[in-house]
Write a protein that binds this ligand. Structure first.
Ligand code: 5GP
Length: 222
């Protein structure tokens, strides 16, 4: 038996213990394409990534918790945050404003913390402009436009008018697919989730993110 075969499979390999820079992992999709479910599964399965909590002027829906789903703020507070340059990016969506507070994100990236962003194409473009090298974006497409409408109706939280306007907006959102690094079609939730996880793990291994490689390789070559 070789030493590799007898190695403890639970022991972290070198790749896991080397220092790396965190990344900003963006999931976008038209409303109802499954992005929020994928995001929740990823957060539950992967302890190295956490949600970036946005601020919004939209009122909380039933079951939403302040500081967990969003920071729910009034218009005056949002105005002040914009004036004080507190946002990485912000946008108008469905008549309300949404933004990503800079908070501690920049420092945490240096410490290897990954952040998940559930934002639309406008926010994605702004994040890219601010910090391209730390950003990885994934666009999730529905398998068909009929499936999208069914999923929006099935959620049961929105009126027919809201669903119609979301369908129009979905088509506009889909038109931005080519601005993303990766595109995944969500015709099967588990398969889609597996693909998104693979993208995240591969991006973590990018040479440029593995800041611990330089001292590691120096040791190998002395
Ligand atoms: P909802 O009101 O359904 O929670 O979200 C509506 C839309 O706002 C979603 O498409 C979501 O991706 C987007 N959104 C949520 N937070 C942010 C944010 O911080 N910035 C931007 N640009 N969009 C956001």
């Amino acid at each position: 038996m070789t030493s590799m075969n007898s190695a403890d499979p639970s022991a972290p390999d070198h790749q896991d213990t080397l220092h790396r820079r965190g990344l900003m992992f963006i999931l976008s999709s038209p409303s109802g394409a499954g992005k929020t479910t994928i995001a929740r599964k990823l957060l539950a399965a992967d302890s190295e990534i956490k949600l970036s909590v946005s601020a919004t002027t939209r009122p909380a829906r039933e079951g939403e918790v302040e500081g967990v789903h969003y920071h729910f703020v009034d218009d005056a507070t949002f105005d002040r945050m914009v004036e004080e340059d507190d946002f990485y990016e912000w946008a108008h969506v469905f008549g309300h404003r949404y933004g990503t507070p800079k908070g501690h994100i920049r420092n945490a990236l240096k410490d290897g913390q990954d952040f998940l962003f559930d934002i639309d194409w406008q926010g994605t473009q702004q994040l890219y402009q601010k910090d391209q090298q730390d950003t990885v974006s994934v666009f999730i497409l529905p398998p068909s436009i009929e499936a999208l409408r069914e999923r929006l109706e099935g959620r049961g939280t929105d009126s027919a008018d809201v669903i119609d306007s979301r369908m129009e907006r979905a088509k506009a959102e889909i038109s931005h697919w080519a601005e993303y690094d990766y595109v995944v079609i969500n015709d099967d939730l588990e398969a889609c989730f597996a693909k998104v996880s693979e993208i995240l793990n591969a991006e973590r291994m990018r040479r440029t993110r593995q800041t611990g490689l330089i001292p590691f390789v120096r040791e190998l070559t002395v």
